[in-house]
Design a protein around this ligand. Structure first.
Ligand SMILES: Cc1cc2nc3c(=O)[nH]c(=O)nc-3n(C[C@H](O)[C@H](O)[C@H](O)COP(=O)(O)OP(=O)(O)OC[C@H]3O[C@@H](n4cnc5c(N)ncnc54)[C@H](O)[C@@H]3O)c2cc1C
Length: 444
């Protein structure tokens, strides 16, 4: 499989400056709060962490380091760790899949008991969870970091097995399927035709990823000199492309400039792989679109065991759109069960399904947990910080950083957040994986 990576040359000084700066990305949202205690808190509390992804492993490391005597259990069967922010680069031919695959045991602190099962039931009024193997695990404090469920079943005719066949791509599944997406894009570029891009409605992880796949494939078609043979259509489920208004305005101009047609209020509800026809809902009724390549982005929601438990939001938008975990958006503490906290993609907050949000949320959760263990009130607050290098083409990106109020909160004064440049691309291509791994170890 051919890769189309164009490497950028960078001198050592620039590299070191960026390396130092990159660990700051994702920290600016924490304000003055620091989770690192001068002295570990001594406790014999049973602390259970559900999920061993970006948030769960990072929580485990910080809690292990900042407590003494706690009985810490992590529950998750998954042993492989995927660096998900790299999937966009795998699906568009820049990285090999192997670059994003790691193992959780390399990051799991020795102090924790890792139970390799999945939580099937939550009983928050009895302070216990039950796994799919029937193991009962009692806790004094519960930290939930289960990530989310990508709901392929919400699209009639779709399954993750179809990725890479019949011109179907999807960046939101495994590294292997991201690589198959790249194969599908490559084959399509040779024949040309119509490329259809979609985005699931509601909260999705890295809302920039569907846009990045669209822009990176457009750039690839141009570089292959096949752009004239290809019609590109992006279907948005709403009337915009991005929640942050300045970025939304930038993209609404940028896409048409690149010849990408924009359709509003289109939700993908069915796909016929053999006929290559996709069905969308629109305010005027259903609409069918033929395609030769389609990028499928399903809606996403909390994993069922969490979403159907009493820990999920019971009403309002966060219940209707995904059954997300009910937490106070600032303290990350459950609003009805004070010994429960949440971090990562599973939480029902207005902003923040990114690794950058995880990086900002985890120290807040740990700080507040330690305060509660110490008989004090939580005082750390998460301001909704989220960030993503929004790649516009190979070698170019804009660094998007904003908070709950949709205000831009740039970490680097020298980067214009509304102008594509090579520095954010270098971060994406070279730097952020190192910062992510440091986050897993609870170091940044
Ligand atoms: C294509 C793509 C591009 C992205 N790009 C970026 C980017 O550029 N920048 C950025 O900051 N972020 C990006 N992200 C988002 C980022 O990867 C996620 O926000 C982050 O991984 C969320 O961490 P998490 O711990 O909440 O979930 P995950 O890392 O997904 O981990 C969840 C864990 O919970 C476990 N689990 C689930 N259910 C249970 C259960 N019942 N019992 C026990 N364990 C359970 C799972 O097995 C999994 O190990 C991207 C994501 C994707 C998919």
């Amino acid at each position: 499989m051919a890769k189309h990576n164009k490497r950028i040359k960078m001198d050592r000084r620039t590299f070191l400056q960026l390396l130092a700066g990159t660990s700051a990305v994702g920290l600016s949202g924490i304000g003055s709060i620091t989770a690192v205690q001068a002295k570990p808190v001594t406790t014999n509390a049973r602390i259970v962490i559900v999920g061993a992804g970006a948030a769960g492993v990072s929580l485990a490391n910080r809690v292990a380091r900042e407590t003494e005597g706690a009985q810490i259990t992590v529950i998750d069967r998954t042993t492989r760790h995927v660096y998900q922010p790299g999937l966009t680069l795998v699906a568009t031919g820049t990285w090999q899949a192997s670059k994003v695959i790691d193992i959780n045991s390399a990051y799991m602190p020795s102090k924790v008991n890792w139970l390799q099962e999945m939580v099937a039931e939550y009983h928050p009024s009895q302070n216990r969870v039950v796994t799919d193997q029937g193991t009962q695990v009692a806790y004094d404090y519960l930290l939930i970091a289960t990530g989310l469920h990508v709901d392929f079943d919400a699209i009639e005719g779709m399954s993750s097995e179809l990725i890479g066949q019949h011109g179907i791509g999807c960046v939101y599944d495994s590294p292997e399927h991201a690589e198959r997406t790249w194969s599908a894009l490559e084959s399509f570029s040779k024949t040309g035709g119509k490329a259809v891009y979609t985005r699931g409605a509601g909260g999705i992880k890295c809302a920039g990823a569907p846009l990045k796949v669209t822009m990176l494939s457009e750039h690839y078609f141009r570089r292959e000199n096949v752009r004239d043979n290809i019609e590109m259509v992006y279907n948005s489920p709403s009337a915009g492309l991005f929640s942050q208004p300045d970025i939304n305005m930038f993209l609404k101009e940028h896409f048409p400039e690149r010849g990408i047609q924009l359709n509003w209020h289109r939700r993908l509800v069915a796909i016929e792989p053999e006929r290559k026809v996709a069905t969308f809902t629109t305010p005027e009724g259903n609409e069918q679109q033929d395609y030769d390549f389609i990028h499928v982005v399903p809606p996403m929601r909390a994993p069922d065991s969490l979403g159907q438990s009493d820990l999920a939001w019971q009403e309002g938008n966060f219940a209707a759109d995904g059954n997300w975990l009910e937490v106070d958006r600032h303290t990350m503490r459950h609003r009805r069960y004070p010994n429960v906290f949440g971090a990562g993609d599973c939480v029902g907050t207005p902003i923040g399904k990114t690794a950058a949000s995880v990086k900002a949320q985890v120290p807040v959760v740990v700080r507040n947990l330690l305060r509660v263990l110490d008989g004090k009130h939580p005082d750390a607050t998460y301001n909704g910080y989220t960030s993503c290098p929004l790649v516009t083409e190979q070698g170019q990106a804009i660094l998007v950083e904003f908070d709950y109020d949709l205000n831009m909160v740039p970490s680097f004064g020298f980067i214009n957040p509304l102008k594509a440049g090579w520095v954010p691309w270098l971060m994406k291509d070279y730097m952020l994986q190192g910062a992510y791994n440091a986050m897993l170890r609870g170091r940044v």
